[in-house]
Design a protein around this ligand. Structure first.
Ligand SMILES: NC(=O)c1ccc[n+]([C@@H]2O[C@H](COP(=O)([O-])OP(=O)(O)OC[C@H]3O[C@@H](n4cnc5c(N)ncnc54)[C@H](OP(=O)(O)O)[C@@H]3O)[C@@H](O)[C@H]2O)c1
Length: 314
């Protein structure tokens, strides 16, 4: 399995398991099956509402001697309602308690979007602007979390180049990861180049097109990655599945990738993408599919009267 190296030498497996939309009652078993089959990187978040069940699964795996804590890479994310400085450390401690862990490998600011504490926004009143809660206020507490030993690394998610530049100019500990949507329809080449130049690792989310999002989050005419003709052609030529091609493309590009599955066969299939080797010709064909298409478009934060109509700065 390819690993991505951090400045201090720590290694993060390039393929991890996504857990958004992994339902209660299923997610624990999915994490267990994944780890038993060789996954060593699990992507979590407080807002996914399933960290408690993941914590039970991890505790059982440690107890059964299947894996040791230090052999795993566990990421989690700070939710938008805890950006204010007084809430950051407590939010991380809650995640650690739910996951039954003493430390995370990586903690990310989930979105450059702030809500009032404990609120699920219904109107613009429930948001706080980035002028009211500047990212650097949140980031300073993320830095403190590293010093307290609660997380080994810190980073961000859904940050544009503009927001990364601003944070890099102010941070004491530089963000080491930006987790963003990446796949052949949204290649973000400029961001990939910027991240490379600034020693920021990119992790690609929704790599298979996030087909299990709720109807309300989907557009009627969404293009399909898994059924795309070019991807299918490359898959056939390599004896792989289309999902494996989509995952392998990211790994060969030098980014991490976190496909979600709760199905035992697909979990195994996704990890085995590591065996799918794409040729330069294959990669050229896939690179031709870019259309700057977002499955997760952040429209859910764009409430009339708030300041989040352009989260991605584009
Ligand atoms: N930072 C952020 O803001 C953010 C946003 C979105 C996602 N993420 C992270 O990224 C992870 C992955 O993204 P995602 O969950 O949006 O979507 P995704 O991984 O692109 O797609 C998940 C869907 O693909 C299916 N699937 C998985 N493997 C398959 C295979 N081999 N063949 C066919 N279908 C397959 C899954 O079904 P089954 O489960 O039935 O296999 C599920 O319906 C998330 O779970 C989360 O951890 C982060």
């Amino acid at each position: 399995m390819k690993q991505l190296k951090f400045n201090n030498g720590d290694l993060m497996p390039a393929i991890g398991l996504g857990t958004w939309k992994s339902n209660p009652g299923e997610v624990g078993q999915a994490v267990k099956t994944a780890i038993i089959n060789g996954y060593r990187h699990i992507d979590c978040a407080a807002v996914y509402g399933n960290e408690t069940e993941i914590g039970v699964a991890l505790a059982e795996l440690f107890q059964e001697g299947v894996v040791k804590r230090e052999d795993l890479w566990i990421t989690s994310k700070l939710w938008n309602d805890s950006h204010q400085s007084q809430y950051v450390i407590d939010a991380l401690k809650k995640t650690l308690s739910d996951l039954q862990l003493e430390y995370l490998d990586l903690y990310l600011i989930h979105w450059p979007v702030a809500f009032k504490h404990g609120v699920q926004p219904q109107s613009s009143e429930d948001f706080l602007s980035l002028e009211e809660v500047p990212i650097i206020e949140t980031w300073t507490k993320m830095e403190e979390a590293v010093k307290l030993g609660l997380t080994k690394h810190i980073g961000v998610s859904n940050f544009s180049i503009k927001k990364l530049k601003d944070l890099l100019s102010k941070a004491t500990i530089k963000p080491e990861v930006n987790q963003v949507e990446l796949h052949p329809f949204l290649q973000q080449n400029e961001l990939v180049q910027f991240a490379k130049e600034n020693q920021i690792i990119l992790t690609g989310y929704s790599p298979l097109g996030s087909g299990d999002r709720s109807v309300g989050m989907k557009k009627a005419d969404e293009p399909s990655l898994l059924n795309n003709e070019v991807i299918a052609e490359v898959a056939k030529a390599n004896g792989c599945t289309t999902a494996q091609v989509l995952i392998a493309w990211q790994v060969q590009r030098g980014t991490a990738v976190i496909p979600k599955s709760t199905n035992a066969d697909r979990l195994k299939q996704n990890l085995e993408s590591a065996l799918c080797r794409l040729s330069e010709e294959d990669i050229k064909k896939i690179n031709g599919l870019d259309r700057h298409y977002r499955y997760v478009d952040a429209k859910f934060f764009d409430v009339s009267g708030n300041t989040y109509s352009n989260v991605y700065d584009e």
